[in-house]
Design a protein around this ligand. Structure first.
Ligand code: NDP
Ligand code: GDR
Length: 329
């Protein structure tokens, strides 16, 4: 039975990836931080077969302990401070967790291999945010990186450190440059879930309106369930490498609003949405659209869920949740 250790187990991707690996017969270990993590209950409810270990990406010894206990064949480093807007206000902390945390994870795996002789394949959760002020459209594995946020800068560090460990120590370390991927499990601070939750509440008469920032930004949005499959595929290859994972189709926030409101029968949303500079970022990433030709040709990976279906899935899930919470139909 193959064994896997996942950091960021309580996040959106951690949940989908652990379900995928469990369905493939893996023994799955998840690293959870904090002495009383509020997400523990949900984790135990959704994936009761995951073995929970405590640890933190900023604490090398805790990672080494987790590795000694899990003895994984595969290590998926999904843990991060992942909210881009937050990273300007907490730049140093973001650097420590999202950037230096990757070095800690790589070092822990390297030292574990030296001590035990066990080879561990490593996955790093890199991001399209690294492309930032995009130098080509669409973006692929050769596009120059030009991050625009402390989060993006930290991810670039983790990305190059992963490549460096592969080249310096021959580690099977792959980096997935994933574009935005969403789901009903997306955190409510991210724009897709903020919109789907608000649209559900507005249609049930529980909320009057929605306040957003930049409506012109464009994102290449896919479904998280499809994207965790690409992570797993990367670690099944003979040689480690880097891959862009995306749908190749980009939409504005306005198009997201069109799709979400139309799900509840509202064609003109302008009366519900206002803009506030509070949600506008100091530097924006205007046009993200990925080219996943390499992943398609070498991994045989392609996204299954399209934009309209994804938005509908999220709004319908939030409608069901809001009906349950409020008792309204
Ligand atoms: P989430 O924000 O949902 O999850 C982040 C996870 O990291 C949580 O489990 C969180 O734990 C954990 N974490 C935070 N700080 C630490 C720490 N100090 N030590 C250990 N774990 C920590 O992110 P996603 O699931 O959406 O994303 C997974 C990874 O993929 C992240 O690295 C993200 O940056 C990256 N990524 C995501 C994309 C997306 O569109 N979703 C696109 C490209 C990259 P806790 O619950 O305790 O806060
Ligand atoms: P992003 O996701 O920054 O791309 O990072 P987010 O959903 O936060 O923002 C997407 C775009 O929407 C615009 N926007 C708003 N965003 C938020 N959160 N709230 C608002 O009110 C709002 N109004 C407009 C933003 O300006 C932006 O252009 C996500 C994270 O998962 C990262 O961890 C990951 O690396 C990248 O995707 C790829």
């Amino acid at each position: 039975m193959p064994r896997a250790l996942i950091t960021g187990i309580t996040g959106q991707d951690g949940l989908y990836l652990s379900e995928l690996l469990l369905s493939k017969g893996y023994e799955v270990y998840g690293l959870m931080r904090g002495q009383n993590n509020p997400k523990r209950e949900l984790l135990e409810q959704l994936v009761p077969d995951v073995h929970i270990l405590t640890g933190d990406l900023t604490d090398l010894a805790s990672l080494m302990r987790a590795l000694a206990e899990a003895r994984p064949d595969e290590f998926y480093n999904l843990g991060a401070i992942s909210f881009v807007a937050y990273s300007w206000e907490n730049a140093h902390l973001t650097t420590e967790v999202t950037g230096t945390g990757v070095l800690n994870a790589l070092e822990a795996v390297r030292l574990h291999t030296l001590a035990t002789g066990q080879d561990v394949r490593f996955y790093q959760a890199s991001s399209s945010e690294m492309f930032g002020k995009v130098q080509t459209v669409p973006q692929n594995e050769d596009t120059l990186l030009w991050p625009r946020s402390p989060y993006g800068v930290a991810k670039v560090y983790g990305h190059y450190m992963t490549i460096n460990f592969r080249e310096s120590y021959g580690m099977h370390a792959s980096s997935g440059v994933l574009f935005n991927h969403e789901s009903p499990r997306r955190g409510p601070e991210f724009v897709t879930r903020k919109v789907s939750q608000a649209v559900a509440r507005i249609s049930l008469g529980l909320q009057d309106g929605l306040v957003l920032g930049n409506l012109e930004a464009q994102r290449d949005w896919g479904f998280a369930g499809d994207y965790v499959e690409a992570m797993w595929l990367m670690l099944q290859q003979d040689a480690a490498d880097d891959y862009v994972i995306s749908t190749g189709v980009t939409h504005t926030i306005r198009a997201l609003l069109d799709a979400a409101f139309s799900t509840v029968g509202i064609d003109d949303w302008t009366g519900y949405v206002t803009q506030d500079p509070r949600f506008v970022r100091p530097a924006e990433v205007d046009l993200l659209v990925g080219d996943s030709t390499k992943a398609r040709e070498r991994l045989g990976w392609a996204p299954k869920v399209g934009f309209e279906e994804l938005v509908r899935m999220m709004v319908e899930s939030d409608l069901a949740e809001q009906r349950r919470i409020s008792g309204r139909s």
